[in-house]
Design a binder for this molecule. Structure first.
Ligand code: MGP
Length: 196
């Protein structure tokens, strides 16, 4: 029905009338930055939730690129309801595939993080997508890394399938290593539980 301030056309093109394309899961963006006065957990902030393709792109285009986050900061994108920490029940028996980056590889880092995000929200891991918890990009002085967290490190077939898909989708040329969270959160990185 036309309204007095502009009629049908304005109503049809109003952003509220655009149909959004829902994602299979709702996702949360988290931000962590090292703060000496706070514990690791206190420094972890939940930023926002998104549940459609359009809202993902609005968010991605609004926030700083991962390579510009500074040396001691992370972005995490996890399924709603799963905190990006080892202690969460969906993570506590899980682990992570790790893609390491040289500290100067900023362009590659940003490109690969976007590809990993698209794999996550696009459910690119097929039948194994249920085991996906989320992804983390971490900037450190020694270099950056992208990690994909899964829920059950003992399910070797599923974990390896996820690793293979991740490797293919990111065109990563080296080996990827998977470590379980209770291996000390990263210190066994060069010698993971599985590799693809
Ligand atoms: P990190 O951020 O995973 O790796 O963990 P980083 O900074 O590359 O260091 P390294 O230890 O892998 O070489 C760094 C530290 O942050 C851990 O030792 C913990 O103290 C803390 N931390 C990181 N995560 C992901 C968690 C978590 O899930 N839970 C808790 N409680 N502390 C964590």
């Amino acid at each position: 029905m036309p309204n007095s301030s502009g009629g049908d056309k304005q109503e049809e093109t109003s952003p509220d009338n655009i149909v959004k394309h829902p994602l299979q899961n709702d996702w949360q963006l988290w931000y962590w930055r090292k703060e000496d006065s706070k514990s690791w957990e206190e420094s972890l902030l939940e930023v926002t939730t998104f549940s459609s393709v359009e809202d993902f792109w609005a968010l991605y285009n609004h926030i700083e690129l991962a390579s510009k986050l500074g040396h001691q900061a992370d972005y995490s994108v996890f399924k709603c309801g799963i905190k990006p920490m080892w202690e969460d029940p969906r993570n506590s028996r899980g682990g992570r595939w790790i893609i390491p980056f040289d500290r100067n590889a900023k362009k590659e880092l940003d490109e690969m993080w976007l590809e990993v995000l698209l794999c996550l929200i696009g459910e690119a891991f097929g039948e194994e997508s249920d085991q996906i918890c989320g992804g983390v990009i971490s900037n450190r002085r020694s270099g950056s890394r992208i990690a994909v967290w899964t829920s059950d490190y003992k399910d070797q077939d599923a974990v390896k399938k996820i690793g293979q898909i991740l490797k293919e989708r990111t065109n990563y040329m080296g080996h990827l290593f998977y470590e379980k969270h209770d291996d000390g959160g990263g210190r066994s990185r060069s010698n993971g539980l599985y590799q693809v």
